[in-house]
Design a protein around this ligand. Structure first.
Ligand code: GLU
Length: 484
């Protein structure tokens, strides 16, 4: 069997839709798992939709995701160029060949005529379909109009009878009535091919064996199939991927504010977690394992286990994956990625490594960090009731006693670090014959002023430093003294 060749064929729109990135991932994995080649092709034939820098977004995304391509515009390869606009001139001869073979025809219909036609369909409540006005034009007339330089498009001539059947690895056998297929445009009046034409020509010329793409292309595939047949070319293996939907069943769309890949990164999702999550969005392994690195996926991914039912993109699940990846990191690595977020949250110079250590087990997404660290900047007024905790057996009275006892001990500590603070407070717990919670709960409340904190009393005290810790404990003492 020939070498497996897959391609990622994005249109440069300026951002990477989550579904698009999943296509890239599956295309990459199918190539890797079969020892094949993964090709990048830029589909920019829609010149009206071009966005500046959009191609760079594509390169950057593939790079940071580790989806290394074997051929592409930036690295070349035997079937280049890999940018469709640079291949512009090669499509027309193929369309002309189809005209000669009777599978396509020239169409000179003006924009005005087509618009009027569209309106008629609309009024009748029907879906617009080109009425084949130019199908029967005498050859002579066609030649004359072409020579006169009249603008034209080339349309595919669909059979009017029979059915077209194709096989998709995921969706099985699919048949459509040929009478339902529109005579789609292959070459536009600006001379560019449509996506519908270029993808077939390029997949053939680039020897793509597996066409992997979103299921939104399933309905167009019969038309592509007819093109392959008209040329007498081998039909690739089709692998259409299930739709990605939101938990309410609706489609994901950037216009509706749904996150693109870049948005997720900016929110503090890790590339590895996103890739892991996307791998499972439409594919499942034959075990219960959920955490996969890219290199593991490269070994075990299988087309057979791609599902055809819509995959639900669940932010809560992605958060869970992200949390798992964060917890699996070394403190140093986490500190490095969390640092910009920590710095952004702090108004004063505090040691960031202990903060990272404190928040790592409790962080799922980096963007949560600022919301957790505000109390380091200033002690807000808090309700004294939070000193009362049933399970810890604390109330304002117990708390006042513990805080008062803690002050001299903390004042005289020779060193200020997590261990020394902890040991000192534990010694005090024993000396006073109280429960440890009766010491640590009040201290935590006093130093943070909050019921919920990203770390315990000792961790917070270490970060705040001795002076600020004692200042806050003394505020607690003063306020409690007024009520006890
Ligand atoms: N350019 C198309 C897109 O971005 C590619 C579809 C395909 O993979 O054939 O959706």
């Amino acid at each position: 069997m020939s070498v497996v060749r897959t391609r990622y064929a994005p249109s440069p729109t300026g951002y990477i839709h989550i579904g698009n990135l999943r296509s890239a991932l599956y295309e990459y994995l199918i190539a890797r798992v079969n020892g094949g080649k993964f090709i990048l092709r830029i589909e920019d034939t829609d010149q009206e939709r071009l966005v500046e820098d959009a191609v760079d977004v594509i390169y950057r995304t593939l790079k940071i995701c580790g989806l290394k391509h074997d051929e592409g515009p930036d690295i070349g390869g035997p079937y280049g160029p890999y940018i469709q606009s640079l291949r512009k001139d090669l499509y027309l001869p193929y369309a002309e060949e189809l005209v000669r073979k009777g599978h396509a025809y020239y169409c000179f219909c003006s924009k005005e005529r087509l618009e009027a036609l569209q309106n008629q369909y609309k009024e009748r409540g029907e879906v617009f379909r080109y009425d084949r006005h130019c199908l029967g034009l005498p050859e002579e007339e066609v030649r004359r109009r072409l020579e006169a330089g009249e603008p034209y498009v080339i349309r595919q001539k669909m059979p009017t009878e029979g059915t077209t059947t194709f096989h998709d690895v995921v969706y099985g056998e699919i048949s459509v009535e040929n009478s339902e297929l529109e005579d789609q445009i292959l070459i536009k009046s600006d001379g560019y091919p449509t996506y519908n034409f270029a993808n077939v020509i390029d997949d053939h010329l680039m020897k793509i064996t597996h066409v992997v793409r979103g299921s939104e292309y399933l309905s167009s595939t019969p038309k592509y199939n007819l093109l392959y047949e008209a040329f007498g070319w081998e039909i690739p293996t089709y692998v259409h991927l299930p739709l990605i939907v939101k938990p309410d069943g609706s489609k994901i769309s950037k216009r509706k504010g749904d996150a693109t890949f870049e948005d997720l990164l900016a929110e503090g999702y890790l590339v590895e977690a996103i890739i892991n999550y996307l791998a499972l969005l439409g594919w499942s392994p034959d075990s219960n394992q959920e955490i996969f690195s890219l290199s593991e996926l490269e070994k075990i991914f299988s087309i057979e286990r791609i599902s055809k039912s819509p995959s639900v993109f669940d932010m809560a699940k992605l958060r869970w994956f992200n949390g798992e990846y964060i917890r699996a990191m070394s403190v140093e690595d986490f500190h490095e990625i969390a640092l910009p977020w920590i710095k952004k949250s702090l108004e004063k110079d505090l040691p960031t490594l202990p903060i990272a250590r404190m928040i790592q087990p409790r962080t799922e997404v980096l963007s949560e960090i600022p919301g957790k660290l505000g109390f380091f900047n200033r002690l807000e007024d808090y309700d004294l009731e939070i000193y009362t905790h049933k399970k810890m057996k604390t109330d304002p009275e117990v708390s006042l006693r513990s805080l008062k006892a803690a002050v001299p001990v903390l004042e005289s500590l020779p060193e200020w670090n997590e261990k020394s603070i902890y040991d000192a407070l534990m010694a005090l717990v024993e000396e006073l014959q109280i429960k440890s919670g009766q010491m640590f709960w009040p201290v935590r409340i006093a130093v943070s002023g909050q019921l919920v904190t990203p770390g315990g009393a000792v961790e917070i005290a270490e970060v705040l430093g001795r002076k600020e810790t004692l200042r806050r404990i003394n505020i607690g003492i003063e306020r409690l003294s007024a009520v006890v």
